[in-house]
Ligand binder design. Structure first.
Ligand SMILES: [Zn+2]
Length: 149
């Protein structure tokens, strides 16, 4: 199921579907999550997704679900109205995937660049520019910048 507001879009997902699994794009295009008032987070993940790719999406969505419960639906909606406000929350979710990528042996620098590139393609974040995205990622995802994992 594709999130209707997905910044990655179906065309983006299919363009990269046969190649190396993209990072955040995989999470954004293989799930549908909504933060409902009074109900809380509702997440659906594509049942065809398996293995580490599924674990990454689940880790990513667990963070968004926790954000929904922590903030409530209204605040969750309001902080996601602009890319600049939205970025720390997306970085927090992406960061939950990082240990799985590092365990695959993906070098930190390559991983960080991939995240910057993918966010740069998103309608939400492209106007922020690569420098601001990189700063946001480094600020919000210490496992990417330390060697402690
Ligand atoms: Zn996300």
């Amino acid at each position: 199921m594709v999130a209707p507001d997905s910044p990655w879009g179906a065309a983006n997902a299919s363009r990269h579907g046969s190649g190396v699994r993209r990072f955040a794009a995989a999470a954004e295009s293989r799930r549908c999550d909504v933060c409902w008032p009074f109900v809380g987070p509702v997440t659906e993940i594509d049942s065809a997704l398996t293995g580490v790719d599924r674990e990454k999406v689940e880790a990513h969505e667990r963070v968004h679900a926790a954000q929904c419960r922590r903030m409530g639906a209204m605040r969750n909606f309001l902080v996601r109205l602009t890319g600049r406000q939205r970025l720390p929350y997306e970085v927090e979710a992406i960061c939950a995937e990082v240990p799985l990528e590092l365990a695959r042996g993906v070098p930190r620098a390559q991983l960080e660049q991939r995240i910057v590139d993918e966010l740069s393609e998103s309608m939400w974040y492209r106007r922020l520019g690569a420098v601001a995205l990189r700063e946001g990622i480094r600020r919000g995802c210490p496992p990417l910048t330390t060697s402690s994992l």
